[in-house]
Design a protein around this ligand. Structure first.
Ligand SMILES: [Zn+2]
Length: 858
């Protein structure tokens, strides 16, 4: 799955899970594969879209390991009939999703179970669910599935565990005339009794969470890879045919790239990619039938920005890498989820870099994934990449984007550099050949890398995968010293890591495995060159001065400049240096021209905003600093795209203008206003959010707000919706804020999948923060009813923690959320949320006056 862009591409859904279940006593996850191993399923399901029901029969061939009983998963299904080996069996449905069939005199061994069942189609975006859209004024629906992590059991009885791989014969009975997609191509389709029946080819051995179907009115574009795999991109008729082209091209070339890179060809005859109007996560890698949010697949040539196209390419590559990592070879159990997600997170960059080297995607990696990983992984209590699962609801908490995706990917990238690209690739190739259609654990992969590199990889990687956190390396008189880096209060830590130092001049040994390494580093020399290892460096002030000097002499690469500034913001957050030191450093970056470095400059400036919120003079100084730093690039880039300008300039323009607008440059504010008056349809998609935001912030009227909400409601472009949301939430008007909070619950305006985006923007806005926090508290019953049981449920405490800044808010957060720590899905995220706000409150207390002073001294 893809959650990597969690807060811009927020996600959510409804759920049938009740508070009672959530607050239920701790259950242990039982592993049903130990009692019954399925080999083949024959599954027939009849869908009744209008009645919101389905009816099915499943035949499961497999081996029981117990006498007299056969257990499978089933949840919210009504069981109508059950037979084993042609004899009537009795059945019991247990609370923990288990369906137990019993038959006297049945001994362990091969058996065939046939179960008749029925179920309901509900709006929660898991199991089998409807997606809503409007085309030419008519309201229409698709039916789609989402089975990861354990929702297949909501649609048919099965052993719903990744290790329970089996082959599947599926047939679906639907209304006539609709497109019906499954994992495999259709074997045949015909009309029986007025209904359309579609039978799919037998699937290869696969896990239940990777099955999928999409049914409804869809159109497509098709192409073939050089190895003759058919690739299709699908969308509802509300989307234009041109919007399918970009993803199609990326998908074809990515499959060709992975065929070669992994040395094992794409395993299925076809690869479908479907944009769904309602979708919980970013995308889902169902084998042969990948489903996406519309914004993650569709690129309208007129309304999609370059950044959105890059995002689409990354998501497509992420999901396609799963066709090997995850689908062909699958983790045995969810504690090894990182085997899926950390790899997909790394492979998406490797693939896109190969397809589009001119995008300099590794710079984006450092300015997005690396930052997410370093920030979250510095909070005491964070989970390790590899984590045990004790309760079914904890499976959802494993999908922590910053850890299992970003940090895990970064650790694998570190490994790739440690053993070299060739050994890395050779290890992967033997891994896929050896374990195709099977299940693995981390050590299986480490063995292949050890064999390919002649190094002890398990010894090296297990320290990184199984320990939370990461080290800071201090450069001191006596040499190098490592200790765990923390933001905020923390327990004493004795953790150590084998750190590949990646120095700019040779150091022996190249790994820092103990606390200290006696070696002499000179000012101007650096560690972690290329930003590939998971640690940060604390340079003493004379060393830092020498590096700042190198900024001016041009001897630092873009990645080095980016890394240097970002590491300083981390050290300030962790109280190793004062936040005031960021101010002269930012000034030293004024001559910068590379977009990704500017992203970090904007971020460092953003770090300073929290110190000036309550001091008008300091805030004015910070705004002036922002305008001053961006001035030169503002003059160079202006507001309009130049002919044949590099894409990086087009993207950079948005950052520069946002800094200039924050600086309240009269010229910029007026220019944005006149551009707005030319009409939203004519705005550069790269700048659209900024221009709307400027209009709302400085020239708000009730008519402006109503017209933006109406446009949001009626457009079929999710890109435009995203920009309107970003723009309108920058309002300063208390009445408008209340209005926005009201429409968030109105699903005819804000799709439930998009609510988080609104919530994040509003809780982070200074003027809207308290109202939004109050809204969350007032509406908690609704939130729990609507989102509990979904992976996004924990986003409420998570994002609330990113917005709150004062002691009173911290106290209120504790009062409100502490009692909810008994909910397994929320426990960890609440603890981390408290630590995060505490750290912020402490930091503001500690550094504010120094920051005000430094701003005064400019
Ligand atoms: Zn994924």
């Amino acid at each position: 799955m893809d959650f990597t862009h969690a807060f811009s591409i927020a996600r959510l859904m409804q759920s049938r899970a009740t508070t009672a279940i959530l607050r239920g006593i701790m259950q242990k996850v039982s592993r049903l594969i130990n009692s019954f191993t399925p080999e083949h399923y024959t599954l027939s399901i009849t869908l009744n879209r209008e009645a919101r029901t389905f009816l099915g029969t499943v035949t499961i061939k497999g081996v029981t390991h117990l006498d007299d009983t056969l257990r499978v998963h089933a949840k919210d299904l009504a069981i109508e009939t059950a037979q084993i080996d042609g004899r009537e069996a009795t059945w019991t449905q247990h609370e923990n999703d288990e369906l137990e069939l019993t038959l006297d005199d049945m001994s362990a061994g091969k058996h065939i179970a046939v179960i008749g069942f029925s179920g309901t189609i509900t709006d929660g975006m898991h199991g089998l669910y409807p997606c809503y859209f409007e085309h030419e004024g008519i309201k229409k629906e698709l039916l789609a599935t989402q089975f990861e992590s354990h929702h297949a059991r909501e649609v048919f009885p099965c052993i719903d565990e990744p290790e329970a791989k089996a082959t599947f014969d599926v047939s679906l009975t639907t209304e006539q005339g609709v497109t019906v997609l499954g994992n495999m191509p259709a074997l045949w389709q015909r009309v029986e009794n007025g209904m359309q029946v579609t039978k799919f080819q037998t699937s290869p051995r696969m896990s239940s969470y990777l099955l999928a179907w999409v049914v409804g009115e869809l159109h497509k574009k098709t192409a073939k890879t050089n190895s003759d795999v058919e690739v299709n991109v699908w969308a509802t008729p509300a989307q234009s045919p041109e919007s399918l082209d970009f993803a199609l091209d990326i998908a074809v070339r990515t499959i060709e790239f992975f065929d070669d890179y992994f040395g094992v060809p794409y395993p299925l005859p076809k690869s479908d990619h479907v944009a769904l109007p309602d979708f919980s996560s970013g995308a889902m890698e169902n084998w042969g039938l990948i489903t996406y949010r519309e914004i993650a697949l569709l690129a309208d040539p007129k309304t999609t920005s370059i950044s959105s196209k890059h995002y689409i390419a990354m998501v497509v590559a992420h999901e396609l890498s799963h066709q090997w990592f995850g689908n062909l070879v699958t983790m045995k159990w969810w504690n090894n989820l990182w085997l899926n997600e950390s790899f997909a997170n790394l492979m998406e960059y490797i693939a896109v870099d190969a397809l589009h080297p001119e995008w300099n995607i590794w710079l984006d990696y450092s300015s997005s994934e690396t930052i997410m990983a370093l920030r979250r992984d510095a909070i005491d209590g964070v989970q390790a990449v590899q984590t045990e699962v004790n309760h079914p609801d904890e499976i959802s908490t494993l999908f922590d984007g910053a850890i299992v995706y970003a940090k895990g990917g970064r650790l694998l990238r570190m490994l790739e550099h440690y053993i070299g690209h060739e050994s890395f690739r050779a290890g992967l190739q033997t891994y896929f050949k050896k374990y195709a259609y099977q299940n693995t654990e981390g050590d299986d992969l480490w063995s292949e890398f050890s064999a390919a590199s002649s190094k002890d990889i398990a010894g090296f990687m297990n320290a990184w995968i199984s320990q939370p956190g990461y080290p800071v390396v201090h450069i001191e008189e006596s040499g190098l010293r490592q200790e765990q880096f923390f933001i905020g209060a923390h327990e004493q830590s004795n953790r150590l890591w084998p750190i590949p130092l990646e120095p700019s001049v040779p150091i022996t040994p190249p790994l820092l495995e103990t606390t200290l390494l006696n070696t002499n580093i000179q000012p101007g020399e650096r560690l972690n060159v290329g930003d590939t290892a998971h640690f940060i460096t604390h340079y003493p002030s004379d060393h830092l001065a020498a590096l700042v000097e190198q900024l001016h002499t041009g001897s630092l690469e873009a990645i080095d400049r980016l890394q240097l500034l970002h590491e300083q913001t981390m050290l300030a957050r962790g109280a190793v240096i004062s936040s005031a030191e960021l101010i002269p450093l930012l000034k030293a970056y004024q001559g910068e021209t590379i977009e990704s470095v500017w992203d970090i400059m904007a971020l460092a400036l953003g770090e300073l905003k929290k110190f000036v919120e309550t001091d008008k003079d300091a805030e004015a100084n910070l705004r002036e600093l922002s305008r001053y730093i961006a001035e030169r690039e503002y003059e160079r880039l202006g507001w309009a795209q130049k002919e044949n300008e590099p894409e990086t300039d087009t993207k950079l323009r948005a950052t520069i203008l946002s800094m200039t607008l924050y600086g309240e440059s009269r010229d910029a504010v007026d220019s944005a206003r006149s551009l707005y008056q030319t009409g939203i349809d004519f705005l550069d998609p790269e700048l659209r959010a900024l221009i709307i935001s400027n209009q709302v912030r400085h020239f708000e009227t009730p008519e402006l707000i109503s017209s933006l909400i109406e446009l949001y409601r009626t457009t079929s472009s999710s890109d435009l919706q995203m920009d309107i949301c970003a723009g309108i939430t920058s309002t300063r008007s208390p009445e408008t804020i209340q209005k926005l909070l009201l429409i968030m619950k109105d699903s005819s305006i804000v799709r439930s999948q998009d609510l988080f985006r609104w919530f994040v923007y509003l809780i982070r806005g200074r003027e809207s923060r308290m109202a939004t926090w109050q809204w969350m508290k007032d509406n908690w019953d609704w939130i729990e009813k609507t989102y509990a049981g979904d992976k996004s449920f924990d986003d409420f405490p998570r994002y609330a923690a990113t917005g709150l800044v004062t002691q009173e808010q911290l106290d209120d957060y504790k009062v409100f959320f502490t009692p909810m720590q008994e909910i397994p899905a929320l426990k960890r995220v609440i603890q981390l949320g408290i630590s995060e706000i505490e750290a912020r409150v402490e930091l503001i207390e500690r550094d504010s006056s120094a920051v005000h002073q430094a701003l005064d001294d400019l």
